[in-house]
Design a protein around this ligand. Structure first.
Ligand code: F3S
Length: 421
């Protein structure tokens, strides 16, 4: 691989042994995938170092003790508990204390303690065409597709990118890998497309078909909002492993259909109808209408301030059923702002909780963690949710029954304690 003088210096240890080791790993990664050079990155979203994974926090703390600092603005992904209010999720004290050790470690390295899957909502928006290194599939697909900021699924190598400011020029950083592969023509009414959960179902359906390819999604409406794109991207990335999608006339690398395909012919063409969307609801729902439920989750991916404001308005004067946990997940900065604006007080008066830093599938509610800490397993019986990504994971990781529905029905279910359809 061709290296600049600066990169050679790093490799030779001029910036210390930790940086030398990190750039060596990146060179090895690049060589394995045929990259010819390293490039400068402008932003990193750092891997979650979570208490629910054996040795993960200790590893993060040990790395920070090497006294290395990040070289580009670096945010951090979700944790396994709400560090400011651990009682909010009922996490065992021992696990919360273990998780809390990561904060000082990250701070000492210069990593920003954002602890979220949606750093873009906090203003971390790199320029179009820039190179970045991120973890968290729903953030990655959004940065690539909606911002046109280039990143691969960084995985553990993100750590090495953060301390060197480098990444091999490969994968989705290259023009040739950013062209569309499949064309999906969405034949769903504009009215139906006004619901967040429908975008999740759409992403789920397409993700299952394309796997890791690049879908081009032709949609009958063009004025899409941020929430819908978040829902679509998060499910494309989890039902498949989509890292980039294009919507002609909406996303920046697809001003036209031709541009989305770089002038090539699509590998495949598929029409998406109401029946296809219904099939996703059927797949993700195994709770009957009227059945008792004990969990309603909102905020996957983590909610924006506007979504929290809306929830405060919708829940005003209502009461969540006694035996239902209703979590609204967000990041800690947004919760602070929402507290300032009075939304948290209004929401918590109803019995719902605004959770920061985590979400159900990243928390101690996982079957494996329940077992380890002697908690009742499974800790959740039936979850109602408007996110396809959350429901894709909870069945396996939490082992509960699930139902995908719209926000209004989620709220009604939380209040009645029964699945409202
Ligand atoms: Fe975020 Fe958890 Fe969903 S990490 S994207 S809220 S599964």
């Amino acid at each position: 691989m061709k290296l600049s003088d600066d990169e050679k210096g790093m490799l030779e240890g001029k910036k210390g042994p930790v940086v030398s080791e990190a750039i060596d790993y990146l060179v090895q990664l690049g060589e394995a995938f045929g990259a010819e050079e390293l490039v400068d990155i402008v932003y990193c979203h750092y891997p979650a170092e979570m208490g629910i994974y054996d040795g993960n926090v200790e590893d993060g703390v040990n790395y920070s003790e090497k006294k290395v600092k990040v070289r580009v603005p670096t945010t951090s992904s979700t944790l396994c508990c709400d560090l400011e209010k651990p009682e909010n999720t009922g996490i065992p004290k021992q696990l919360a204390e273990l998780q809390a050790r990561i904060e000082a470690a990250h701070r000492s390295m210069g990593i920003l303690e954002t602890y979220t899957c949606t750093p873009q909502l906090l203003g971390f928006i790199p320029p179009f065409g820039s190179y970045n290194a991120l973890v968290e599939s729903s953030a990655i697909v959004y940065y690539n597709s909606v911002f046109g900021a280039r990143t691969n699924r960084g995985g553990l190598f993100t750590r090495y990118s953060a301390v060197t400011g480098k990444y091999p020029l490969m994968g989705y950083l290259l023009d040739e890998n950013r062209k569309g592969t499949h064309l999906f023509k969405v034949n769903i009414s504009k009215e139906r497309l006004q619901n967040y959960d429908v975008w999740c179902a759409l992403g789920f359906y397409i993700g299952n078909i394309v796997g890791s390819d690049v879908p081009v999604i032709d949609i009958p409406i063009k004025n899409l909002n941020q929430d819908w794109l978040l829902g679509l991207g998060s499910t494309l990335a989890t039902a498949g492993s989509v890292t980039l999608f294009h919507i002609p006339g909406v996303t920046p690398e697809a001003r036209t259909l031709e541009e989305a395909f770089h002038g090539n012919i699509p590998k495949d063409y598929c029409e998406v109808t109401d029946k296809d969307i219904d099939s996703v609801y059927n797949k993700l729902t195994n709770i009957e209408i009227g059945d008792k439920i004990d969990f309603v989750n909102l905020g996957c991916p983590h909610y924006t301030l506007e979504q929290i404001r809306y929830m405060a308005e919708k829940l005003d004067g209502k009461r969540i059923a006694d035996d239902v946990r209703c979590w609204i997940c967000t990041n800690r900065m947004t919760r602070k702002q929402a507290e300032y604006s009075g939304y948290i007080g209004k929401i918590e008066k109803t019995g719902a909780k605004v959770i920061a830093d985590t979400c159900p599938v990243e928390s101690h509610l996982r079957i494996s963690t329940c077992k380890e800490f002697g908690l009742k397993t499974p800790n959740v019986d039936a979850m109602v949710c408007n996110s396809g990504k959350m429901l894709r994971y909870v069945g396996d990781l939490i082992g509960c029954k699930t139902a995908l529905t719209n926000l209004d029905k989620c709220i009604e279910s939380a209040i009645s304690g029964r699945f409202e359809g």
